[in-house]
Design a protein around this ligand. Sequence first.
Ligand code: ZN
Length: 325
Amino acid sequence: MLCLEKFGNASPGVSTDQKWESKMQIPNKTLRSGLVLLLLLFVGCQTLPTSDVPTAGQSRFSESQYVEYIVGNLPVIISAPHGGRLAPPNIPDRARGTFSTDVDTDLLAREILEAFHKQTGKFPHMIICHVKRIKVDCNRNLQDAALGDPGAEKVWHDFHGFIKEAINTVINTSGEGLYVDLHGQSHPEALLELGYMISNRQLQESDEELNALAPASSIRDLLPRTDVSFLELLRGKSSFGALMQRRGIPSAPSPAYPHVGDAKFFGGGPNTKRYCARDDGRIYGFQMECPKQGVRDSLANRLAFADAFAEAVVEYLKMHTKLVW
Ligand SMILES: [Zn+2]
């Protein structure tokens, strides 16, 4: 692919080259053979099989077709575990757990991808589970996710296999990256809830107590990269919540909502814990719980949110990291 682009951009077509060669006086036999070899290489490059080369912006599916991985080329990985609409009859409904679908987060995921592409010309890595949550919960450990059913286990493995692949690609290409686990909730306060593995109760503790939670938070590994303190990164003017708030999306934690008082709040789940604050210290992020009201209640609101989110991610990473865009 690289080979094709390189030669494709630099040379005119083969037939033009042939015409050029026939008109020109080629000085010696060695040069002539060299040109023939170059021509052969050029033709060879065009016939290289490219079907198994992942291209940014293209979808790959698991064998079952139940899990989709849209390959990216930005240091951003987004997973959507709870927006699935498929109910394959070969996977039984789970007997226990949480079953509610995060409605339209599968659509929102794709709209976010398109917003990134519109703004940056590049794509985040996006992993979407298309199976309903009553069949498998890809934001739980394997046992709770699948309750022992092999079909559900396969979906879980496919989903997490793609996330691991995306993380490896991001680390290999950029050295570090942001992971966001995308969800939806319907709490009446309609805040964007950002889960850093810090609960609402913990958000209401003293600065000293809250500071002590930094090593367990999902932005632990952003701290050595940024100039700001943990509390600033969590709920200050340069927090992700502040950047979204500034774009018209009420968010917690942020300067406007350092916590949510007595309201319900999702502080981060198993995927956020699993993929942020890893041993290698290269992936940081959060769980993002999008409200229904104002975000997932219309196409226009979803598109506005997707634009705001992509902008805020770029601003956040430019502000706190040395990643090159
Ligand atoms: Zn969810």
